[in-house]
Every structure is written in structure tokens, then in C-alpha cells.
Design a protein around this ligand. Structure first.
Ligand SMILES: Nc1ncnc2c1ncn2[C@@H]1O[C@H](COP(=O)(O)OP(=O)(O)O)[C@@H](O)[C@H]1O
Ligand SMILES: [Mg+2]
Length: 357
């Protein structure tokens, strides 16, 4: 939280659903008994992540075509992370974000955000989820802001739309709106309408709107897609500031390769699945010089499946089936060199294949 910005009272958006407390502060015996009897929000074992997608599938059915936009996607995002999501057009990025935003429902698999089960929300919970648990920034600047309201009024609007219980009073809403605009570097434009703002300024106001109800997660779908590079960098800096100063978890879709150098974690989607992940870390040497190290990882799903990138498989002609060999600290993947002589009467039945070296 920024200094002087108290969390809206009773706002469930900032944390997992909360436990009741006794007046002394600790849980009473009755609380503990109730807690033991209530199943905890479902989260797969070992996952304390804020966003947990497990084998997520989304199929769109048309008259005679079927598109599998998500094909068993796995994703974990921890609280407080700023993650970039990259991938070719049509790889399923927007489909995923619409599901996480509570606007669309997956065909199969599971998805949980901040303890909410996205496949099992009733209409009321879904509305509250969309208003208070997630914030959204769209690519089209015009979609994010109401044209007849000023920047400050746009930011105050989501706070007015929350449930009466826990709603901030008007002066507090106005103060918070101005604080958010200040954080994102657009305080000077608080009283202008969107048409009087540049595209970059509009998107920074849109980030403030998304943050208005102190959501657990902000989702942004190509928020810089309509902007030039310099302006896009400003919007990205605003997202980074929101993440650093407010601790908000942010998932941002981008096709701008430069952006992935500005975040710690980049997840790549290919054909409706997460395929690789790049982590960047800054290390310091003895002389106090810092160096940024990027490492690309492949995603290993719960069933042990792994997608080998074409940059690796093509030069070695790896296809159809490969030989695996377990070595003390790694696994070897080799082309099937017997592929051509199995049919010509070879009688040697020495077994090779997945085995410890
Ligand atoms: N409402 C829809 N109806 C039919 N097909 C859709 C719909 N939304 C997306 N798709 C298809 O799903 C695939 C993934 O789309 P999308 O998630 O928008 O990709 P991205 O955002 O990565 O470009 C594409 O083949 C797209 O045509
Ligand atoms: Mg898209």
C-alpha cells in the first residue's frame, strides 16, 4: 500500500477470503471448530500461488468448426509478481485473460484466482469478483475510459460501484483517485476528459481505474498495442510502479519483445499452452558491477509433459519419437537412430529406451 492509502474496509479483493476473528483479535474456539468443518478454497497441493491454472481448456464451437484456443494450459503466478505473457497472434493469450477476468468460462480444467474458483462462481460472486478482485486494462484506449467523465471521475467510478458495505465515502474516493493518478504520473491531467489526453496518458489513467478497488490482480491485454515505442515504455513503467509500490500482482500480455527485458518473468504461450518461461535476475560481482542474467526454462506440466522448442528439434531432426536417457544430473533426448532398420528383419532385441544410464 502507498503511504496514507488505507485499504477499503471489507474489500475482499486484496487477499484470500478472510477468517472471522474474536473481539480479542484471535480466533475463538467456535471459530476454530467452524474452520475445521469448512473446506478450504480448493488449491492443488503445494500451490500457494495467487493464480493457479491447471490443464485449462477452452473450445470455441462454431457452425462447423471447432477452435481449441486453450489446450491444457498450466500457469502459476505468485502474489506480487509482475509477469509478461507473450505469444504469436492466435496462441490463446486473450482467451486466457478473459477467463481470468471472469468474463468467460473455460470448457475444462481448473482456474483459481485469489481463492476464487472461476469455474464455480454463481452470478453474484462473479460480479463481485469482476468488480473487486480483478482489474482490467484493454488494448483499445477507448474501451477503458468513459468519454464523458474526467480522469479522476473515471478512477472514482469503480469505487462507487462496489457493494454499499465497505464502500469508501465520497471524499475518500476522490482522494484515492488523485493518489492513484499521482502514482502513475498523470495527476496533472485529473480534470481532463479522455479526448484531451494522449494515448499513453489514457492508458495510464486506465491502469489507475484498474487499481481503484485495490484488486488482487491487474490483467492487461496488450495495453501498449496502439502506442509508439516511447509511449509504450511510459505505460509499462507505470505498471511496474504499481507493482512495486502497491504490491499488486500484474499479468500483462504483450507482443513487444522489448517489454520482456523489463520484467522479471516472461511466460510464452504456444498453441494454447504455456511453453517456455524466461526469468531475469540481477547479480552483482565483487566490484559492485551488476549484470542481468536471463534464463529460459521449458514448462514441465504435472503429467511430466514438456514441449521441445523447434529451434532444438529441427536441427537434430527430432520427431515422432525420441530416445530418453537418464544421466546423473540431466536427461538426454536423442533422435531415434534405429528408425530406418526396424523393418528389415533385425533380430537383436537388446532393449534401449527410457532407462537410467
Ligand atoms: N469467440 C471466439 N469464437 C471463436 N473462436 C475464437 C473466439 N475467440 C478466440 N477464438 C480463436 O481462438 C484462438 C485464440 O485466440 P486469442 O485468445 O484471441 O489469441 P491471442 O490473443 O493470443 O491472439 C484463435 O484461433 C481465435 O481465432
Ligand atoms: Mg489477443
Amino acid at each position: 500500500m502507498a503511504p496514507d492509502t488505507p485499504p477499503p474496509p471489507g474489500n475482499p479483493g486484496s487477499a484470500h477470503p478472510r477468517e472471522p476473528r474474536s473481539t480479542e483479535g484471535g480466533p475463538t474456539l467456535a471459530d476454530l471448530e467452524r474452520r475445521a468443518a469448512t473446506p478450504a478454497p480448493h488449491r492443488p497441493a503445494g500451490d500457494d500461488a495467487l493464480i493457479v491454472c491447471d490443464r485449462l481448456v477452452r473450445i470455441f464451437r462454431g457452425d462447423d468448426v471447432e477452435v481449441q484456443a486453450l489446450q491444457g494450459l498450466d500457469l502459476l503466478v505468485r502474489e506480487g509478481e509482475l509477469t509478461a505473457l507473450v505469444g504469436a497472434s492466435g496462441s490463446g493469450k486473450s482467451t486466457l485473460l478473459n477467463i481470468l477476468a471472469g468474463l468467460d468460462v473455460p470448457s475444462a480444467g481448473s482456474a483459481h484466482v485469489a481463492g476464487y474458483d472461476l469455474l464455480a462462481m454463481d452470478a453474484r460472486t462473479r460480479l463481485r469478483y469482476r468488480r473487486q478482485v480483478v482489474g482490467f486494462v484493454w488494448q483499445r484506449t477507448a474501451r477503458n475510459l468513459l468519454p464523458y467523465l474526467t480522469a479522476a471521475q473515471n478512477v472514482a467510478l469503480p469505487m462507487e460501484l462496489t457493494a454499499r458495505r465497505g464502500r469508501l465515502r465520497r471524499p475518500d474516493r476522490e482522494r484515492r483517485a488523485r493518489e492513484l493518478l499521482d502514482l502513475l504520473g498523470v495527476a496533472d491531467h485529473a480534470d481532463r476528459r479522455p479526448a484531451q489526453l494522449s494515448g499513453g496518458q489514457q492508458q495510464r489513467v486506465a491502469v489507475a481505474v484498474a487499481l481503484a478497488n485495490d484488486p488482487a490482480v491487474v490483467l492487461a491485454d496488450e495495453p501498449t498495442g496502439e502506442l509508439d515505442t516511447a509511449t509504450a515504455a511510459e505505460v509499462f513503467a507505470a505498471l511496474r510502479r504499481a507493482n512495486a509500490e502497491l504490491g499488486t500482482t500484474i499479468l500483462v500480455v504483450t507482443h513487444d519483445a522489448g517489454v520482456s527485458t523489463q520484467v522479471r518473468r516472461t511466460v510464452a504461450i504456444r498453441d494454447g499452452r504455456t511453453s517456455t518461461e524466461t526469468l531475469r535476475s540481477v547479480t552483482a560481482d565483487g566490484q559492485g558491477r551488476t549484470r542481468t542474467v536471463s534464463r529460459e526454462y521449458a514448462t514441465l506440466d504435472r503429467a511430466g509433459r514438456l514441449q521441445l522448442p523447434p529451434e532444438f528439434t529441427e536441427p537434430l531432426s527430432l520427431r515422432d519419437r525420441v530416445l530418453l536417457e537418464l544421466c546423473p544430473d540431466h536427461i538426454q533426448v536423442r533422435a531415434d537412430d534405429t528408425a530406418d532398420d526396424t523393418a528389415d528383419g533385425a533380430t537383436d532385441d537388446t532393449r534401449e529406451g527410457p532407462r537410467p544410464a
